[in-house]
Design a protein around this ligand. Structure first.
Ligand code: HXC
Length: 516
């Protein structure tokens, strides 16, 4: 037997999977084809495609004529930086704009389940008109299956969505359920209801880009964490992100050995004191501090355009991957507010799921006051921060640079909340509130009655500052170490290393009820 006919049939199907005309159609829109995207993302010659023969079971409403092998999604597995991944990539050129029907959905579910079973990240490239209209309830159930598979894989393997075309309607909840969303200017669109429906319902005129483009979701809605100018840079960004992540929840975060030498090169930094001004109200760029403390060029910011008063990202310290959370005094004095609370707690929970130690750089006067914040639920959102940090069982280190006031101290630096190590620079202040405000509250009578009120006020402020000093907190053991700023990097590295084998205490319950 030589299977001549069957092999001919096989070759015919395989060679028809990606036609040059349809690839060209994508190129004309400035987009890569579904397979080109996978080849750009994965190590050369590592991609193995599966389920190329799957097709829709429906013929109605003209769908029979649009039928195609693979059902408009390319699925399979391969390697990125020599580490296994599973991947799916929707093909907008096929079966009604890459729309998702029953079988298309099943292929994606198989990919996610394979990633979960083998403990490797899953990357989904989205370019689709959403639920396939012709398949009705079957297409909706296709999505339901995906959502259920994603929830099961959550916290087991990293799930990354890359939006490289439309992600329309309820279909957006697949990226919405993933750990990170990548988008590209003028190519990515994510929206629950499109411009036509919006115009009909509200009369508003919007374009796709203004409604749900990369800029909107990265800077305004906060739905997406990464924005790039083109597809190639975007896919390179996905690879970079993966370099900080373990393969799954049982794995340790990777260690980049080549960076070890730098630990000693950068050990001593006088520059840190020049970057951070002594006056506690003066702004500065915390990212310059991060650059100075962590391994050279190792900081990879997450959610960089959203809630910029908090900075989150991955970095390496002595080669060890860590999640960095820092107040950004350059924007809104680094206060915590609704958006930054959401951003921060989601990031902390991701790090905790995947064994990535957390290092906080704290410099904030607390939560943002105002009716806008109160009425929109700062209590509900702020509680997420407390919950996420208290629940996280990975190594948690906090360094107070200048000030840690009120609830922000508790959330970001209190040993009682569960920090393993709390450090402070010598000038740091820890208090219920700033000294000026405190004097006005507890000495309001004296300030109203005394002739020497300004002098009295100044004296009391100084007295309170003494009381708030890091040395006082260190006397109580609430601050483990007051350190010379120049030694920050060396000490943080030692502490991080000392905590890597920290063991987790499990509470016997189904799960806690995190504020949402
Ligand atoms: C079937 C679809 C389709 C869909 C597009 N097509 N979306 N076919 N089901 N959902 C078809 C078009 O008819 C067209 O077919 C081809 O795909 C390309 O679409 P165009 O409209 O020509 O492309 P473009 O101008 O680039 O616009 C892309 C688009 C638009 C923005 C995505 O097609 C669109 O708005 N589609 C509908 C989006 C949507 O509302 N989807 C359902 C969401 S609800 P031809 O024959 O011309 O090639 C949902 C529920 C999920 O997803 C539930 C989970 C909770």
């Amino acid at each position: 037997m030589n299977f001549e006919k069957e092999i001919e049939q096989l070759n015919k199907i395989m060679s028809g999977l990606e036609s040059p005309e349809l690839v060209e159609k994508q190129h004309q829109k400035g987009k890569l084809s579904a397979r080109e995207r996978i080849f750009t993302l994965l190590d050369p010659d590592t991609f193995t495609e599966t389920d190329q023969f799957v097709e829709t079971r429906f013929d109605r409403l003209g769908l029979g004529k649009k039928k195609a092998a693979g059902d408009a999604v390319v699925t399979g597995f391969g390697k990125i930086s020599n580490r296994p991944v599973c991947v799916f990539s929707q093909d907008f050129t096929k079966v009604g704009g890459g729309s998702l029907g029953e079988m298309h959905g099943k292929k994606i579910v198989k990919t996610i389940e394979m990633a979960r079973a083998t403990g490797c990240p899953v990357i989904g490239i989205i370019d689709s008109g959403g639920a396939r209209i012709q398949e009705g309830v079957s297409s909706l159930d296709g999505y339901a299956g995906i959502f259920a598979a994603m929830v099961k894989a959550s916290g087991v393997v990293p799930q990354i969505s890359v939006i490289l075309g439309p992600s329309a309607g309820g279909a957006c909840y697949a990226p919405g359920l993933s750990d990170f969303i990548f988008m590209v200017d003028n190519i990515s669109q994510m929206f629950i209801t499109g411009p036509e429906v919006i115009k009909k319902v509200t009369g508003e005129e919007v374009t796709f880009e203004n409604l749900g483009g990369a800029n909107v979701h990265c800077a305004k809605s906060g739905c997406s964490q990464f924005r790039f100018a083109n597809e190639k840079d975007c896919l390179a960004g996905v690879k970079k992100l993966l370099s900080y992540l373990p393969q799954n929840n049982m794995d340790d975060a990777p260690r980049s050995k080549s960076l070890l030498a730098e630990l000693f090169e950068k050990e001593d930094s006088q520059k840190l004191m020049d970057i951070v001004p002594e006056e506690s109200g003066k702004g500065y760029d915390i990212k310059a501090v991060i650059e100075e403390i962590f391994d050279n060029n190792s900081f990879f910011e997450v959610h960089g355009e959203f809630a910029t008063n908090i900075v989150t990202g991955f970095a390496r310290l002595g080669g060890y991957a860590a999640g960095v959370v820092a107040n950004q005094p350059k924007f809104m004095a680094g206060v915590l507010d609704i958006d930054s609370s959401d951003k921060l707690s989601r990031f902390v929970r991701f790090c905790d799921s995947f064994n990535i130690p957390i290092i906080n750089l704290v410099d904030t006067s607390g939560y943002l006051p105002g009716t806008n914040q109160e009425h929109n639920g700062i209590i509900r959102h702020g509680a997420k921060v407390l919950y996420a940090y208290a629940e996280a069982s990975v190594p948690k280190i906090s360094l107070i640079l200048r000030k840690a006031f009120g609830g922000a101290y508790i959330a970001m630096a209190s040993r009682e909340l569960g920090y393993d190590r709390v450090l402070a620079w010598p000038g740091a202040q820890i208090a219920v509130m700033g000294p000026e405000q405190a004097v006005r509250i507890i000495y309001h009578r004296e300030l109203a009655e005394r002739n020497d009120a300004p002098k009295f006020e100044q004296e009391k402020i100084e007295e309170i500052k003494q009381m708030n000093s890091a040395f006082e907190a260190a006397k109580l053991g609430q601050v483990d170490m007051v350190i010379n700023p120049k030694d920050t990097r060396a000490i943080l590295t030692k502490l991080l290393e000392s905590l890597l084998n920290k063991r987790e205490e499990k509470i016997n319950r189904k799960h806690g009820n995190t504020p949402l």
